[in-house]
Write a protein that binds this ligand. Structure first.
Ligand code: GAL
Length: 824
């Protein structure tokens, strides 16, 4: 093929551009240097498999708009290599596409390859098939492990290199991580652990990615690995080498949710405080873990008991909506920090204590406007301080940012952005009946209950993970016992069936009947199942179905934490005898019949029944058709009334559900969250005693518009689908509390406009958005002016000025703060 002149020119030009685009990443003790320039990096975690490729551009744009200049993700090994040397990089596992979306948005990427992730992800991200490799031990100086880790890590590095995604190739990846928080758990591995850390470092370097490697929570990270900090606060962190910059790989923006726990929240004020303190104390890179948490689709939730939602109380909620005020408050913080970026990364630091617990920090550099922070780390006492000739009010547990050391541009405790209360609305599709029409079919149990259909037998009770290699949640243990040989059993006889299980859930069947089930609450998987049962003289069939709900993610030797009925004992206990079945011949079957038939794909040959819809019937498949809700708002399914199982829409997994599991009151719940003082995950919780997860995300891309969609459920514990319905999530009530002279903007989303103004009130507000108390003074002038400016618009901005006071002017107000509440 001959190249025309013009294409030759294009070719030359692109290669020149390519050279120009290549980015050099280096660092010193101060910060990362990008093309020789020190940079402040503000990054956020988005885990690509926890959303869909269709959602990625919007999530990334909202991250950029929120003031991030980088996106971080782990790489999820067991998602990419579900079976040894069988790879999956499709759909929401399309890592390359995700990184390219980051690049398209003009952001940097931080790739935490691991390949151990933790991340509340099934088995910490490590494929369970590794367990079949003889002699395998995870995350230590074990040849089998190192071989597999090397194989996968090299594969990922080769892939990103091939796609030119590393910074020196002009790509967005500026940092790569090996391992994850190994330092936290390495003690019990002894010298082997130390050797492994050294191996990780030299292996990583041998990959020659051309960007720095990080090892988080790894105090003994060998040079040139950079050790970084994870936690709620990292201001006190010091890297192990003076030439390593102070970087914070996980600033937990909230916390993850478990089936047995309430919803954790971390206040925007505290999160902002932690970040500002970090930069005040010479931090140079912060990453929010998570910026968008998302959803654990499929069987990806980790144990113990991580929910399908991985919302994390992150700045973008599970569905991708801006969580306000968190998103907006951080955006303002980021803008203030970037304003003083030059001073921060070049300046000398001068600290002065202005009063007890109140410090001013000044960054001074030649030829650059100095930048200042004033922090008040007291938990209760607000402070008014003099600094360089001016007075500043610094509330308790807050940091003020003065990018020119004169004017406060941001204070982490002063929230000047709207609060949005999200609401769920009924399905808006036309002609969609309130009650869905269901069909059903039973899970075929009869073979298993007769002990038939096993794929192999063994004379021991096997460990579940090593038996199933996590190909399914379910493992049948089936045996039979002839009681005639036991003295005294010549007629029906009541005994106790006792099963010692290491979890996670057990269903016991005797002679074809379900006699009971049990799970161990609070993440403690070991439990003893005991039920009275009648046994026959002669042969009795005992079938035990053990189910896992996500494998352990964390801790030394976590992979060896057993599941299933390993070793038992399984016993039948009568008044004066015990029959131990542990050494019986057990027949094993992995998975359910419906899973093997792939009933969730709704194949035309599958038979479903329309009549006599059963409820509270364990092991039942349900199916219905529905129309997709109109509009752009995210879609959820309300599974109230259901027990435990899994859900699919048009063959796409929504994940496991466990609606019947009520969250504990562990730590207590409260509406108001005190942001002052150190945060921990039980500090601010809601939803005590409620179904721990009732709503499940149905990404828009799973739905077909204008034609029927199929929902299929597998209900394992017994549920009632009659209340199930689809809803959309949108902004409901919005509020802002505006200081005098300040301007705040209000907005809805997805094209929705403000429909009415509910409150325009002056004074110190009491209560919270949607629940303000009747205190202060309602102003008609403000009402008309704001209604005029906002109603019918998707967004508007409001300045709290004197003329809005109207009749409230004469009122003896303690404050002239303006509270506005509106409805979208
Ligand atoms: C860290 C870990 C993360 C995640 C986090 C809690 O220890 O590195 O992967 O598990 O805890 O959400």
């Amino acid at each position: 093929m001959e190249l025309s002149k013009s294409s030759l020119v294009v070719l030359i030009l692109t290669s020149i551009c390519y050279v120009v685009q290549s980015t050099e990443v280096s660092y010193d003790g101060r910060a990362l240097k990008i093309d020789g320039q020190h940079r402040v990096i503000i990054s956020g975690s988005i885990h690509y498999p926890r959303s869909t490729p269709q959602m990625w551009p919007d999530l990334i744009q909202k991250s950029k708009a929120g003031g991030l200049n980088a996106i971080e993700t782990y790489v999820f090994w067991n998602g990419h290599e579900p079976r040894q040397r069988e790879y999956n990089f499709e759909g929401n596992y399309d890592l390359i596409r995700f990184i390219k979306e980051i690049q398209n948005a003009g952001l940097y990427a931080i790739l935490r390859i691991g390949p151990y992730a933790c991340a509340e992800w099934n088995y910490g991200g490590i494929p369970a098939w590794l367990r079949k490799i003889p002699g395998m031990q995870f995350r230590t100086n074990n040849q089998q492990w190192k071989d597999e880790m090397q194989n996968f890590t090299t594969l990922i590095v080769d892939m990103v290199r091939r796609e030119k995604l590393l910074a020196p190739q002009g790509g967005p990846i500026i940092l790569t991580q090996i391992e994850n928080e190994y330092g936290n758990i390495m003690g019990p591995y002894g010298e082997e652990g130390n050797q492994y850390v050294k191996w990780c470092a030299s292996f990583a370097q041998s990959l020659e990615v051309g960007v720095p490697w990080i090892m988080c929570q790894q105090d003994n990270a060998p040079q040139p690995m950079i050790n970084t900090c994870n936690g709620y606060y990292c201001d006190q962190f010091k890297p192990n080498n003076p030439n390593s910059p102070k970087m914070w790989t996980e600033n937990w923006s909230g916390w993850f949710k478990a089936w047995d726990k309430p919803d954790p929240h971390r206040a925007a004020e505290d999160l902002a405080f932690s970040v500002a303190r970090f930069f005040q104390l010479k931090g140079s890179l912060v990453n929010y873990y998570m910026y968008h948490g998302g959803t654990n689709f499929g069987r990806t939730t980790g144990g113990p008991y991580i929910t399908t939602t991985y919302d994390y109380d992150a700045p973008l909620d599970e569905y991708g909506n801006k969580r306000q005020p968190k998103w907006g408050h951080l955006k303002e913080l980021h803008a203030a920090i970037y304003m003083m970026e030059q001073a921060l990364i070049h300046g000398d630091v001068k600290d002065v204590e202005l009063s007890k617990g109140v410090w001013a920090t000044k960054y001074i550099a030649n030829g650059i406007t100095p930048g200042c922070f004033i922090s008040n780390t007291n938990e209760n006492s607000d402070a008014t301080v003099d600094f360089e000739g001016a007075k500043y009010f610094v509330p308790a547990w807050s940091v003020s940012i003065l990018p020119d050391c004169k004017q406060e541009v941001h204070n982490t405790a002063k929230v000047n952005v709207q609060t949005s209360i999200m609401v769920k609305k009924p399905n808006t599709a036309e002609n969609e009946p309130n009650d869905l029409k269901w069909s059903w079919r039973p899970e075929t149990l009869r073979h298993s209950l007769k002990g038939l259909g096993g794929s192999f037998t063994d004379y021991t009770l096997l460990e579940q993970i090593t038996t199933t290699l996590d190909e399914s949640d379910y493992l049948w243990y089936m045996t039979s016992v002839d009681t005639k040989q036991y003295v005294g059993i010549t007629q029906e006889h009541e005994v106790t069936l006792r099963v010692n299980s290491t979890g996670h859930i057990l269903y016991a069947f005797v002679n074809g009947h379900l006699i009971g089930s049990e799970y161990a609450p609070n993440g403690n998987f070991t439990f003893m199942f005991e039920r009275k049962v009648m046994i026959e003289p002669g042969e009795n069939k005992i079938s035990l179905l053990s189910a896992t709900v996500g494998l352990k993610t964390y801790g030394s030797f976590f992979e060896q934490m057993p599941a299933g009925i390993v070793g038992g004992p399984v016993q039948l206990i009568g008044d004066d005898f015990t029959i131990d079945l542990s050494k019986n011949e057990w027949s094993y079957k992995i998975g359910l019949d419906g899973e093997k038939k792939k009933l969730y794909l709704d194949n035309p040959e599958d038979k479903w029944y329309d009549e006599k819809l059963p409820t509270k019937r364990p092991f039942t498949w349900y199916k219905t058709k529905f129309q997709a809700p109109l509009g752009l708002d995210p879609v959820v399914i309300d599974l109230l009334g259901m027990g435990k199982g899994a859900a699919w829409v048009n063959g796409n997994s929504l994940g496991r559900y466990w609606t019947s599991y009520l969250s504990s009151t562990n730590g207590g719940c409260r509406d108001y969250c005190e942001y002052r003082g150190n945060y921990q995950s039980q500090k601010c919780q809601t939803g005590c005693g409620e179904p721990s997860q009732r709503w499940y995300h149905v990404p828009r891309s799973f739905l077909k518009a204008g034609e029927p969609n199929t929902l299929i459920l597998f209900e394992e514990a017994g549920g009632d689908p009659s209340k199930i319905n689809f809803q959309t999530v949108s902004v409901g009530t919005i509020c802002a509390t505006i200081d005098q002279g300040k301007t705040v903007s209000l907005s809805c989303q997805n094209g929705q406009s403000i429909s009415k103004i509910d409150i325009t009130r002056f004074g110190e507000p009491e209560g919270s958005c949607g629940r303000f108390e009747k205190s202060g003074c309602d102003s008609n002038e403000a009402y008309f002016a704001i209604s005029n400016a906002c109603v019918g618009k998707e967004s508007c901005s409001i300045q709290n000025s004197e003329n809005l006071l109207g009749g409230c002017k004469s009122n003896s107000l303690t404050s002239k703060k303006l509270v506005v509440q509106a409805t979208c």
